[in-house]
Every structure is written in C-alpha cells, then in structure tokens.
Ligand binder design. Sequence first.
Ligand SMILES: Nc1ncnc2c1ncn2[C@@H]1O[C@H](COP(=O)(O)OP(=O)(O)OP(=O)(O)O)[C@@H](O)[C@H]1O
Ligand SMILES: CC(C)(CO)[C@@H](O)C(=O)[O-]
Ligand code: BAL
Length: 287
Amino acid sequence: MKIINTIAQLKSIVHDTKGEGKSIGLVPTMGYLHEGHLALATKARGENDLVVMSIFVNPTQFGPNEDFESYPRNLERDAQLAESVGVDVIFAPSVDEMYPEDGGISIRAGRQSEILCGASRPGHFDGVLQVVAKLFHIAEPKRVYFGQKDAQQVAIIQTLVRDFNFPLEIKTLPIVREADGLAKSSRNVYLTEQERAVVPAIFEGLILAKEEFILHGNATAAIELASKHITDKTGGVIDYLELLSYPDLKAVTDTTNDFLLATAVYIGKTRLIDNIIFSTKGETANV
Ligand SMILES: Nc1ncnc2c1ncn2[C@@H]1O[C@H](COP(=O)(O)OP(=O)(O)OP(=O)(O)O)[C@@H](O)[C@H]1O
Ligand SMILES: CC(C)(CO)[C@@H](O)C(=O)[O-]
Ligand code: BAL
C-alpha cells in the first residue's frame, strides 16, 4: 500500500491505472478509522481494481467553534487498518495542498442542506461538496463509497453528482454499530465512560419512534416518544430529531415511500448523529 500526500502523485497513479483500463474505487474519510470506514473499503476492494482511501480532516466543513483542531488523527494506525482490508493507496494531503489560497471558488449546497445538520452547522455541506468535488476530479473514481450514518450527506452528494454530471456511481453502505447499538463514529472517543454507558439510548429512541410511526402513522407522537427516551436516558440535549422523506428530505406525505428518521444529540460537548431509513412497511430501505 502506498501513502501519498500530493495531488500530482495521485493523478499520476490514476493516469497509469486508467491507461491500463482499470477501475478506481474511492473511499473518502476524515481518518481515525473504525469498522464503519473499513466496511466501505472492503466493499470497494471487492468491486474495483484500485482502491484509494482519502484521509483528510477538511477545514472548510467545520464551523469556527467546532472541533477541527481536536478531531482525532492517527495516520500510522489508519495505515495499518486500511492495508489490512486491501486499500491500495492512502491519499493524505495537507490543507495547503488541497487549498493553496484563500478566496478561491466554493460550491453552495442547495435546499437539502438547509435542514438537519445543515441548519445547525451553517456552511458545513458547502465544505463537504467542495472537498468531494475536488476528490472526484483528482481520483477519477468509477465508484465512490459513503456510509448511511451521514444520510443527509449522501443525499446531498447524490444531488451534486446529478447536477454537475460527475461520471461516477455513489455506493452507500448501512451503519455499522457497536454491540449495544451505538453507531460507530470517530467522535465516540470524546465520550467519558459515563457518557459512553448511556448513549445506546439514542438508537433505542429511534427504534421506538420507528415502531410507533409504523403502528399509528403519527409522526409527532413518534418523535415525542423518541425525544423523551433519549433525553431521559442520556441527559443529553437534542439538536434535532426529525422524520422526513428520503432522499429528497421533504416533509412526509401519504405518498412517501422511504423515510429518514434522523437525530443529532449533544452528549456533554460531543455531538453524535444517528438515523434509521425505512420503508412504509417498516423494512430497512436500500439507499
Ligand atoms: N458507523 C458507520 N457505519 C457506516 N459508515 C460510516 C460509519 N461512520 C462513518 N461512516 C462513513 O465513513 C465515511 C467517513 O466518515 P468520517 O471519517 O466522518 O467518520 P465518522 O466516524 O462519521 O466521523 P465523525 O462522525 O466523528 O465525523 C463517511 O461516508 C461516513 O458516513
Ligand atoms: C465525505 C467527507 C470525507 C468529506 O470531508 C466527510 O464529510 C466524511 O468523513 O463524512
Ligand atoms: N462525517 C461527517 C463529517 C463531519 O462531521 O464533519
């Protein structure tokens, strides 16, 4: 496995790979890898000739009071894990390599970014689109792999690919969870032992809400049930807990087929997100 830091190095590898008629799978990450990331890489390994994983904590998607500086980083550990699942190339550029000067051109995410995480993190999805658009151009992947844990991110990137005609396929994988249901996240390392013990209640709350909604069709009651469960059990502060149609992220109607039940919860200073995507019959939907 190669670890490279410059765009020129990656472009050269891409040029050679494409010249041989081989396919490239891209797994964009911010590093500090866990089984969620490794599931994406494993899937990519099975479907592409060359697997490129980017590891880049992208400053343009963090707000001024967010955790850009403290976000966990450990390239050595990440490299071992990535190699163990067959990643061929880690692309780990510096901030200067990706953004050579201030005041360049940015992308503005559309309607789907005005709600959920986009409402509490203004500009976040503009930054995500900026970096993924660059990665798509640099790595020229045939397939790009994202986790459903960031369901709003997937929906917005699908819109980017459609509206800007990127010649690639977005592949989405289900959320990988700890044994007690907590969604795996690099930010879980921020949790104290006491916080870690109570956070499975976030997923429990989502399940309660989903079951309530499937049984009675009352979104407000479902959300109240989940909010109460999560607040009572974790002592956290709910940033949002909403039921929307997926992937268009609009208010649900009688004709909605796939639902996104999504939440963000502050546990102390740590902001955790989780969601369930399901169909009218309650089955987990393919996204
Ligand atoms: N538990 C998970 N299951 C499946 N995919 C995941 C999971 N966690 C992250 N991913 C996916 O991995 C990719 C990289 O995500 P990222 O590096 O931000 O990891 P993360 O653990 O979500 O970090 P954090 O939530 O702390 O920002 C994204 O496509 C994301 O959706
Ligand atoms: C897609 C991504 C790597 C862009 O920085 C990031 O938002 C993430 O890790 O989900
Ligand atoms: N996976 C989402 C990246 C972020 O929180 O900025």
